[in-house]
Design a binder for this molecule. Sequence first.
Ligand SMILES: [Fe+2]
Ligand SMILES: [Fe+2]
Length: 296
Amino acid sequence: MRLAHATDIHWFARPRLGQLAFKRVLGTANLYLRGRRHSFSRSVQRQLVQHIRAIAPDAVMITGDLTAQALPAEFEMARDDLKPMLDALPTFVVPGNHDVYTAATQRQRAMQQWFEPWMGLQDSGLARIDVGRLTLLGLDPNRATWLAASGRIPSAQLSALSKTLHDPELADQAVVLALHYPVVDRRGTLYDNAAHGLLNASELVSVLEDSPHRPQLIACGHVHHGFRSELRLSDGTSIPVCNCGSSGQAHQPDRRRAAAMAVYELRPDGSVGYERFVHDGTAFAPEPGGPWATGR
Ligand SMILES: [Fe+2]
Ligand SMILES: [Fe+2]
């Protein structure tokens, strides 16, 4: 099974005056004054969709931050640009913290309004989509915050994940766990810092430690420079943790930034093959030096 991974595409629209909740005032100032709105490119975002269609994976997964400020205009752009891919390929979408940017967007379940058919949401909040022998599970640790960009996985989702990973029917499935926040950073250290991290990352690790059918791979985003590391478990085994890198970034070689995406080959023996494509200013191309060699 070949699974394509994109993340943090960040479609961006300028908020109208009435949409300027306090947090969006700060966010918009950040986007304009610090030039961050030039960090993302609509043409790269559209090329990403064409590229994924061209490589024709068995399934696609997007690990959140489709938008910049969870504005309806941003969700609409995201869905319009993604539509050719959503129509052609089984796709699994989990939200990121920018998709629940304000308390109102969280209350209104804005992400579901636009992407529910591709979210596989269950009552517990755990998400699941099955594509042949591939089982994609998703967590939603995102919540609207004032200033911090941290996340916390609700306990109902952790219980549902544990129950699912004990299901004997998962024994022959290739299981991939998708969530916006990295469980560990590029060095394999728990990513649970208060400003930007997954506050209860250790609780997720406990669930995985106790589960007989652990994921073959954990996919994440949130940190815009991609990396591949390992979540090391107490029994000496480990699970690869992959952040493909922000997939909608403009080509900015001076800032060592470029859009990236990855393709994982989930083999029946439990091993994983990796490919990564980085935008070279013209198109998505195989990463020079091999997957994650450039650090972008
Ligand atoms: Fe992001
Ligand atoms: Fe994020």
